[in-house]
Design a protein around this ligand. Structure first.
Ligand SMILES: Cc1cc2nc3c(=O)[nH]c(=O)nc-3n(C[C@H](O)[C@H](O)[C@H](O)COP(=O)(O)OP(=O)(O)OC[C@H]3O[C@@H](n4cnc5c(N)ncnc54)[C@H](O)[C@@H]3O)c2cc1C
Length: 387
C-alpha cells in the first residue's frame, strides 16, 4: 500500500503550485470575481501558459483534442488552482471552454452540432435540472417533454441555472415518462436558447456574486434528434456527471482553499504580536492551526482515495457523499479560523478569506445539500449492514 501520489502527479502538483504562486496569486489585488468572467486580457495569457504545460481541456477525450485526464489528476489540478481567489468559482475557463460532460454522450451527428462548437469555444451550454419545486429531489421534477412526431414539446420552469444568460444551448432534464421518472423516465434534451418559447424569466443574485437564471419553457418544440443518449437515460447521465463534479469541485477544490487558508493563518500568527508575543505562541491559536491541519489531511486523503477508486471503475457513490460532506464542511471551518486569527484584517476585502467564506458556504447546498448526502449515505450503510 502506497499513500504517495505517483511521481508524475507529484511533479505536476509542484509545477502547478509554482504557477499559482507566481502567476495567479499576485493578480488577486487586481481581480476578485463576483460572478463575472475573468477579463480576456488577464485570462488569455494565462491560458497560453497552461496550454504550454499540456493542461488544456482536461476532461475532453484525447480523440477530440483534449487532455483526457483521469479524475485523480483533475483533482490534483483543481486542488492546486483553488489556492487562488482570482479564478471565478463557477465557470472558470483557465483550462479551456467548459464542456459539460453530458455532451460527451452525443452521437456523431450531435457532436458536430453541439460538442465541437463548445470545444472550439464558439458556443456555450448550460445545465438545467433544478426547478422551483425540485432541487434536492430532482426525480420529482415537473418539466415535461411530450413526443409530437419528430419533435418533443417542452413545458416547465428551471431555476438557478448557471450561465443561462450567455448560453447558446441548454441541456434540459425533462420527464418523458411520468411512471418511470428517475428509473428511465427522465430525458436529456439539448434546447437552442433562441427557440420560440424559451424565456429567461429572471436572475437570482447571490451572496457569492453569481446570479443564476430562471428559464421558462413554454411549448418549446425540440427536435427528437436533440435527445442525448437514449430517451429515459438522462437522469443516469446527469447523476454520473454530478458525482464526478462532487469529488473534484466539492472535494478537491475545498481542500486547495483550506490549504491556502492554513498557510495564511500560520504566516500571520507568526508575524502578529499581541501582549508581547506572536499569536503563534498562544495555545488557543495553535489549536486552531492543529485542528485545521488534521482536518485538511483527512479530507485530502479521502479525495485522493475516492478519485483513485473512481478511475479503477469502482462504485464510489458512498465515498463521493463522504468526500463532499467532509471537504465542504472542513473548508468552511478552516477559512473561518483563518479569518478569526487575522482579526479585523481577515474581514476585509484585501484578503481572499471573506471571498472563500462566501463561496465555500454555497457548496454545502449546491449539487446536493449535505443533509441529503448524509441521508443517502446512511440509507446505503444501513442497507449494506442488513445483508
Ligand atoms: C449559485 C447556484 C448555482 C446553481 N447552478 C445550477 C445549475 O447550473 N443547474 C441546476 O440544475 N441547478 C443549479 N443550482 C441549483 C442547486 O443545485 C440547488 O439549489 C440545490 O440542489 C438545492 O436545491 P434547493 O435549492 O431546491 O433546496 P431544497 O431541495 O428545497 O432543500 C432545502 C434544504 O432542505 C434540506 N433538505 C432537503 N432535503 C432533505 C432531506 N431529505 N433530509 C434532510 N434535509 C433536507 C437541506 O438542508 C437543503 O439545503 C444552483 C444553485 C445555486 C445557488
Amino acid at each position: 500500500m502506497d499513500f504517495n501520489l505517483p511521481q508524475e502527479l507529484r511533479m505536476l502538483k509542484r509545477s502547478l503550485r509554482g504557477f499559482v504562486d507566481k502567476e495567479l496569486i499576485p493578480l488577486e489585488q487586481k481581480f476578485r470575481p463576483e460572478g463575472e468572467e475573468m477579463p480576456q486580457d488577464l485570462l488569455g495569457p494565462l491560458q497560453e501558459k497552461v496550454k504550454a504545460m499540456g493542461l488544456w481541456m482536461l476532461d475532453v477525450p484525447q480523440e477530440h483534442g483534449g487532455a483526457g485526464l483521469d479524475l485523480l489528476t483533475r483533482c490534483v489540478i483543481a486542488e492546486e488552482v483553488a489556492r487562488t481567489a482570482v479564478l471565478p468559482f463557477r465557470g472558470n475557463e483557465l483550462f479551456g471552454p467548459e464542456v459539460r460532460p453530458v455532451l460527451f454522450h452525443c452521437n456523431e451527428e450531435q457532436k458536430e452540432r453541439f460538442l465541437f462548437p463548445v470545444i472550439r469555444g464558439e458556443k456555450r451550454v448550460c445545465f438545467a435540472q433544478t426547478e422551483p419545486d425540485a432541487g434536492s429531489d430532482p426525480a420529482n421534477m415537473k418539466t415535461r417533454a411530450v413526443r409530437d412526431g419528430d419533435h418533443f414539446i417542452l413545458n416547465g420552469t428551471k431555476r438557478f441555472i448557471t450561465g443561462a444568460g450567455s448560453a447558446d444551448y441548454a441541456q434540459v432534464m425533462a420527464v418523458t415518462d411520468t411512471e418511470k421518472r428517475a428509473r428511465g423516465g427522465i430525458t436529456c434534451l439539448i434546447v437552442d436558447m433562441k427557440s420560440p418559447g424559451v424565456n429567461l424569466d429572471r436572475h437570482w443574485p447571490t451572496m457569492m456574486g453569481d446570479a443564476p437564471w430562471e428559464i421558462v419553457f413554454d411549448n418549446v418544440r425540440v427536435p427528437a434528434a436533440n435527445v442525448i443518449g437514449t430517451v429515459g437515460e438522462g437522469f443516469t447521465l446527469a447523476q454520473k456527471w454530478i458525482t464526478e463534479g462532487r469529488i473534484r469541485g466539492h472535494g478537491a477544490r475545498p481542500v486547495g482553499i483550506a490549504q491556502r487558508a492554513l498557510e495564511m493563518m500560520i504566516d500571520y500568527a507568526q508575524q502578529r504580536v499581541t501582549f508581547g508575543q506572536p499569536l503563534s505562541e498562544r495555545q488557543a491559536v495553535q489549536f486552531m492551526i492543529a485542528d485545521s491541519a488534521m482536518e485538511l489531511h483527512a479530507a485530502r486523503l479521502m479525495v485522493y482515495e475516492c478519485a483513485w477508486r473512481h478511475d479503477r471503475g469502482e462504485d464510489i457513490r458512498n465515498l463521493a457523499y463522504m468526500v463532499k460532506v467532509m471537504c465542504s464542511e472542513m473548508a468552511g471551518r478552516v477559512v473561518d479560523r483563518a479569518i478569526q486569527i487575522h482579526g479585523g484584517v481577515g474581514l476585509t476585502k484585501d484578503l481572499p478569506l471573506e471571498w472563500w467564506y462566501r463561496q465555500v458556504r454555497s457548496i454545502r447546498i449546491t449539487e446536493g445539500a449535505t443533509e441529503v448526502l448524509r441521508w443517502r449515505l446512511a440509507q446505503n450503510v444501513i442497507k449494506a449492514h442488513k445483508r
